[in-house]
Design a protein. Structure first.
Ligand code: NAD
Length: 464
C-alpha cells in the first residue's frame, strides 16, 4: 500500500514550530484553547461526509458505524472540553489543615508542553483527535502521528488540521515506523500511544531514554461471560453486534465468549438467528460489514481460523485480497486454541463452554487483565461475584463496547491492556496536565510554626 510520508528531515522543524508555539504562551489562554476546541468540532462536523468517504476507503466502514462509533463521539470529546474547560482548569485547594492553610496551598493545572499522540488504524479519528481535545484543553501544543494503515483518513486529517487549527499549536507527521522512530528520539511533555502491546514495548523503551511520560491505550482479549441466568436473545444480539461492528477491529470488541454449559446450545441457536438476520445468506454482499484494514491483517486472521481445533459453525471464509473475513463463529475450543492466544481483531467469535461462574472467573484471571469484561446475567449475586473477583479496564453488564462512548467516564486499560492515564473527557484533560503544587509562604510564619526548622537545632527546638 502506498501512502504519503513526511520526509524524516522535515521532522525537526515541525517539532521546533510546536516548541516555539508553546513557548509563545498563547496556549495558556483559556479563550484561545476554547477557539481551538470548537474549531476541532467544526473540522469534524463540516467534513463529516468526507470522513465517511475516507473511512469507507480505509475500512469499507458502513455510514451508520462511522457516525455512531467514531465521528459523533469525537465531536462530543471536543465539545465537552470546550464546554467544561473553565471548570477543569480551575486551581484546586487541598482539604483544610491549619498547619498549611496560611501558605495558600493550591494545585494549579499546567500544560505539560509539546505532546505527541500516535494513533492506530481502527479508529483513526476517535483515537487521534479525541486525545487531541484533552491535550488542547490542557494547553499543550500537539504533534499528531496518524496510522499509515488508515491512509485515506490520515490524508484528510493532515489536509484539514492546518485549515482549522493554529499551525503553531497542532501539526501532523505522516508515515509509519521510520517517522515514529524519529519522533521517539525527542523528549515530549507527554506521549499518548494507542495501538498494540508489542509496539508499546518499543515505545516504552524509547520513552524511558528521554524520560517522557507515557499513556498506553492498548488492547487484548476482552471476554464475555454468559451466565445461565442471562437473557440469551439479548446477549446474542449485543455480542454479535460488538463482534462484527468495524469487522471486529475495535479494542473493546468482545473477543471470546465463556458460556455456561447449561445454556450453550440455546445461546448458539440465538447467535445463528442474529447472524442470518444481520448479514443474510451472503455476508460478503452485505453493506453492513466493514473490511479488514489490510491483506496482511486478513491473512493473520485467516491463520487463526485455519489453525483452530474448534468447530467452525458459521462463516469461516476469508478472502485475503478483498480484505474480507466472514462473520465467523467457532465452538468446542480448548483453552490453548489459536483463537484464544492473541487478540483476534476480526469478526470471529470463539465460544468456550464453562462449568460454572468460578470456571469462567479462573479462565479470565489466569490471563492478562483485559481492556473490557462483559457479563450477561440477570442474577445480581453473579454480577457482584464476577466484578469483585476480576480486574479489567472496564466492565459492562448486559452489553458490550458502548462504555467507550459513555460521557464523563474514564476510558483505558489496566496492566497489559493499558496504563498511564486516560484519553476521554476530564480524564483526558488530566492525562495531559501537570498538577503543580504551589505554596505562598508568609514571612511571619517563621516567627511561629516554621521557625524551629533553622539551625542551630537546640534542645528547646527538639522539644517543640
Ligand atoms: P497500527 O498498526 O495502526 O499501529 C499503531 C501506531 O503505531 C501507528 O501510528 C504506527 O505507525 C505506530 N507504529 C507501528 N510500529 C511502530 C514502531 N515499531 N515504532 C513506533 N511506532 C510504531 O495499529 P495497531 O497497533 O495494530 O492497533 C490495533 C491495536 O490497538 C489493537 O491491539 C487494539 O486493541 C488497540 N487499540 C486500543 C485502543 C484503546 O483505546 N485502548 C483503541 C484502538 C485500538
Amino acid at each position: 500500500m502506498s501512502f504519503y510520508s513526511t520526509p524524516i528531515e522535515e521532522i525537526p522543524a515541525i517539532r521546533e514550530a510546536l516548541v516555539k508555539g508553546f513557548a509563545s504562551g498563547k496556549t495558556k489562554n483559556v479563550l484561545f484553547r476554547k477557539t481551538q476546541l470548537i474549531q476541532l468540532a467544526y473540522l469534524l462536523q463540516d467534513n463529516r461526509e468526507r470522513f465517511i468517504e475516507t473511512l469507507a476507503i480505509d475500512l469499507k466502514r458502513p455510514v451508520l458505524e462511522s457516525n455512531f462509533l467514531e465521528i459523533n463521539g469525537t465531536i462530543a470529546e471536543a465539545y465537552e472540553a470546550f464546554s467544561r474547560i473553565e471548570e477543569w482548569t480551575k486551581p484546586e485547594k487541598p482539604h483544610f489543615d491549619l498547619n498549611w492553610f496560611f501558605m495558600r496551598p493550591e494545585v494549579r493545572k499546567e500544560p505539560k508542553g509539546v505532546v505527541l499522540i500516535i494513533g492506530p488504524f481502527n479508529f483513526p479519528l476517535w483515537c487521534l483527535l479525541g486525545p487531541l481535545a484533552g491535550a488542547l484543553a490542557a494547553g499543550n501544543t500537539v504533534l499528531l502521528k496518524p496510522s499509515e494503515l488508515s491512509s485515506a483518513t490520515a490524508d484528510l486529517v493532515a489536509e484539514l488540521i492546518p485549515k482549522y487549527l493554529d499551525p503553531d499549536v497542532v501539526r501532523v507527521v505522516r508515515g509509519g515506523v521510520p517517522q515514529a522512530t524519529k519522533l521517539l528520539e525527542y523528549p515530549w511533555g507527554h506521549l499518548c500511544y494507542t495501538g498494540n502491546g508489542r509496539v508499546a514495548k518499543i515505545i516504552g523503551a524509547a520513552a524511558a531514554q528521554t524520560l517522557t511520560p507515557v499513556t498506553f491505550e492498548l488492547g487484548g482479549k476482552s471476554p464475555v461471560i454468559i451466565d445461565k441466568s442471562a437473557d440469551l436473545e439479548l446477549a446474542a444480539r449485543r455480542v454479535m453486534w460488538g463482534k462484527c461492528a468495524n469487522a471486529g477491529q475495535i479494542c473493546v470488541s468482545p473477543d471470546y465468549v465463556l458460556v455456561h454449559r447449561d445454556v450453550e446450545e440455546a445461546f448458539i441457536k440465538e447467535v445463528r438467528k442474529v447472524h442470518t438476520k444481520s448479514f443474510g445468506p451472503h455476508p460478503e454482499k452485505s453493506d453492513s460489514l466493514s473490511r479488514i484494514i489490510s491483506p496482511h491483517h486478513a491473512s493473520r486472521i485467516k491463520a487463526l481460523v485455519d489453525n483452530t481445533k474448534g468447530n467452525v459453525i458459521l462463516g469461516g471464509e476469508v478472502n485475503v485480497e478483498e480484505r474480507y473475513v466472514a462473520p465467523t463463529v467457532v465452538r468446542d475450543l480448548d483453552g490453548d486454541d489459536s483463537l484464544l492466544s492473541e487478540e483476534i481483531f476480526g469478526p470471529v467469535l470463539p465460544i468456550v463452554k464453562v462449568n460454572d461462574v468460578d470456571d469462567a472467573i479462573n479462565f479470565i484471571t489466569s490471563r492478562d487483565h483485559p481492556l473490557a469484561l462483559y457479563i450477561f446475567t440477570q442474577d445480581k449475586k453473579v454480577k457482584e461475584k464476577i466484578l469483585s473477583s476480576t480486574n479489567s479496564g472496564a466492565a459492562v453488564v448486559n452489553d458490550v463496547s458502548i462504555h467507550a462512548l459513555a460521557a464523563g467516564m474514564p476510558f483505558g486499560g489496566v496492566g497489559a491492556s493499558g496504563s498511564g492515564g486516560y484519553t476521554t473527557g476530564k480524564w483526558g484533560f488530566n492525562t495531559f496536565t501537570h498538577f503543580r503544587t504551589t505554596l505562598d509562604v508568609p514571612s511571619w510564619l517563621d516567627k511561629i510554626a516554621l521557625g524551629s526548622r533553622f539551625p542551630p537545632y537546640t534542645d528547646v527546638k527538639l522539644q517543640d
